[in-house]
Write a new protein. Structure first.
Length: 323
C-alpha cells in the first residue's frame, strides 16, 4: 500500500499540556500519571520525591534545563521501553525554552564583543530565532515519537496573557503557554489549571478547564475539580495491547534539513561547476548535455553571456542532474 497503512486502534501515550500560574497544582496533576520519569527544571518536584501519595509514581528524576539533555533523556526512555516507562514529565517547558533563548542571546553577545560593538545593544537575530524554532520543533517531534510508543508526555508550562491594542490601551484577549509559539497544537489534551476560593469554607479548590481534548473524555470549557490521571485512565488503558505507530518525525525533520542543505549547496555552486559535475555522471548525461547546449546555441557554457543564457543553462543542468 506504499506510504499508507490500514487504519486500526493504536497504542498511544497521551500528550498533555498543563498550563497555569504558580501554585495551581500543575506538578501534582502530572504526578498522578503512572510510572513517571521526570525532568525537573525548577527543583519543585523535590518536595514530592518521598511523599507517600504524590511521589509514589515517580521512578526517576533529573534536574536540568539543558535542551541537549532533554533530547538525551527522550532517547534513553525510548531504549527503556513502555514496560518500564509510563510517563515523561517535563517541569517546566518554560525553563527549557528560556534556557534555549538565553543561550542564543549569549551567542549574539559574544559576536558583539568580537566585533567591538556594545553588548547592551545585542538581541537575538532572525537567524537566532530560526535556530531556536528549529531546536524546539525537533524536541517536540521527539516527544511525539515517544508518545507513539505508548508513553504519556506531560508538559508543564507557565502561562501568559495574550493582549491586543484597542485604542490607546492593551486589552487581554486570551492566554498562552510560555513556550515555543504554536507548541500547544501538538498536544492531545490541554488543561488550564487554577484555584478558586470556596466562599463558605474559605478553602481553595484546585480546578482545571479543558481547552482541548482529542480523547473526547471531556468537552471544551468543562471544569473539573481536583483533576488527575483517573479521568483519562480508561481511555488510555483501552489501548493497551494494541500495536504501536512506527513514528519517526524527528528523523523526518533531519532528512528535510539535509535535503535543504543539499539544495542550498547546489544553489551556491557556480553553474560551470554544476555543469561539469552533471556531465561527469556518465556518457548518457554528457551526450544529453552537449545536445541541449548545442540546440540552445550557447557558445561558451562555462561563461554564459547574459541572464537569459544563464537561466537556460541552469535548466539544462537541472535536467541532467535529474536523469
Amino acid at each position: 500500500m506504499g506510504i499508507f497503512r490500514k487504519p486500526s486502534t493504536k497504542k498511544l501515550g497521551l500528550k498533555v499540556l498543563l498550563m497555569g500560574e504558580k501554585g495551581v497544582g500543575k506538578s501534582v496533576v502530572a504526578l498522578s500519571f503512572p510510572r513517571i520519569y521526570a525532568l525537573d527544571a525548577e527543583t519543585g518536584m523535590a518536595f514530592y520525591e518521598n511523599h507517600p501519595i504524590y511521589g509514589k509514581n515517580l521512578l526517576g528524576i533529573a534536574n536540568t534545563q539543558d535542551f541537549n539533555e532533554l533530547e538525551e533523556a527522550i532517547d534513553e526512555l525510548m531504549d527503556m521501553g513502555t514496560n518500564e516507562v509510563g510517563t515523561l514529565v517535563i517541569d517546566s517547558e518554560t525553563k527549557f525554552y528560556q534556557n534555549l533563548t538565553d543561550a542564543s542571546l549569549q551567542v549574539e553577545e559574544a559576536k558583539a564583543r568580537k566585533a567591538g560593538r556594545d553588548v547592551m545593544d545585542s538581541a537575538v537575530s532572525m537567524r537566532g530565532w530560526g535556530r531556536i524554532k528549529a531546536v524546539a520543533q525537533r524536541l517536540q517531534n521527539l516527544k511525539i515519537d515517544l508518545s507513539a510508543k505508548g508513553v504519556n508526555i506531560i508538559s508543564i508550562s507557565q502561562i501568559d496573557d495574550v493582549k491586543q491594542k484597542v485604542g490607546d490601551n492593551f486589552v487581554k484577549i486570551g492566554e498562552k503557554p510560555v513556550m515555543q509559539k504554536g507548541s500547544e497544537y501538538d498536544y492531545d489534551l490541554v488543561l488550564k489549571l487554577y484555584t478558586e476560593k470556596n466562599p463558605k469554607s474559605g478553602d481553595y479548590v484546585y480546578k482545571s478547564e479543558t481547552l482541548k481534548d482529542r480523547t473526547g473524555v471531556t468537552q471544551i470549557g468543562q471544569v473539573i475539580e481536583n483533576p488527575t490521571y483517573e479521568v483519562w485512565k480508561e481511555f488510555v488503558g483501552g489501548r493497551e495491547g494494541a500495536e504501536i505507530i512506527e513514528s519517526s518525525l524527528s528523523k523526518d525533520h533531519d532528512k528535510a534539513k539535509k535535503s535543504l542543505e543539499k539544495e542550498d549547496a547546489k544553489a551556491e555552486k557556480p553553474i560551470a561547476d554544476r555543469l561539469k559535475d552533471a556531465m561527469s555522471l556518465g556518457d548518457e548525461q554528457k551526450e544529453k548535455a552537449t545536445e541541449m547546449i548545442k540546440k540552445a546555441k550557447i557558445k561558451n557554457p562555462l561563461k554564459p553571456k547574459d541572464a537569459s543564457e544563464f537561466e537556460t543553462l541552469s535548466k539544462i543542468v537541472e535536467t541532467i542532474e535529474n536523469m
